[in-house]
Design a protein around this ligand. Structure first.
Ligand code: IMP
Length: 189
């Protein structure tokens, strides 16, 4: 039957290039899951996802782990332009969990300048966890302004703005199952 419903344009039409496929992400998360199981054997770590970007990563990552984990989330906003952070971070949602004495793994979508992560690490360290490590799906080494210790990495990407697999541009494209770049005309509106 014909429907009068308007059809939303396909998001994939806005993608210029796919940098990391869904298959590559699955394979890498399976490897990281094994590594985390080995490193946290006998412990029950707390995985802290940084919203909103890490929501998809967190959900897929924990399914690759057999270690009993707890999960919690933080949300922060960093002031800046649409595609660049300023380093001034505001916590919008704090943890529900007291992390003192816990083994904490901070789960980040992407480390770009490193300013957000640097702020979060200092903030969490002050709460005296037993350990604090970082897993980042994506890192942009060329964009780094402050050195941050990333123990577990998914993929390195060039210093370009990327979307998909949790990452957005103006709140769109988070549900793409891969990571890619946008066509220039998308930014120009
Ligand atoms: P940083 O403080 O510059 O490392 O940036 C941290 C945050 O900025 C990330 O957690 C993302 O939410 C956002 N971000 C940085 N680069 C990108 C990108 O290429 N695409 C989408 N979001 C990004």
């Amino acid at each position: 039957m014909e429907t009068a419903e308007p059809v939303a344009p396909d998001m994939t039409e806005d993608i210029d290039e796919i940098l990391v496929t869904g298959e590559e992400i699955r394979t890498r998360l399976a490897e990281l899951g094994k590594l985390l199981d080995a490193d946290y054997a006998g412990e029950s770590p707390l995985l802290v996802g940084v919203l909103k970007g890490a929501f998809m990563l967190m959900s897929d990552l924990v399914r690759h782990m057999h270690t009993p984990v707890s999960v919690d989330f933080m949300a922060c906003s960093s002031y800046g332009s649409a595609t660049r952070t300023s380093g001034v971070v505001r916590i919008l949602k704090d943890l529900d969990t007291d992390i003192e004495g816990r083994h904490v793994l901070l789960v980040e979508d992407i480390v770009d300048s490193g300013l957000t992560l640097d702020y979060l690490m200092k903030n969490l360290r002050a709460r005296r966890p037993a350990s604090l490590e970082v897993l980042a799906l994506l890192t942009k080494p060329a964009a780094r302004r402050v050195e941050v210790p990333i123990r577990y990495r998914g993929f390195e990407v060039p210093d370009v703005f990327v979307v998909g697999y949790g990452l957005d541009y103006a709140e769109r494209y988070r549900n793409l199952p891969f990571v890619g770049t946008l066509k220039p005309e998308v930014y120009q509106g």
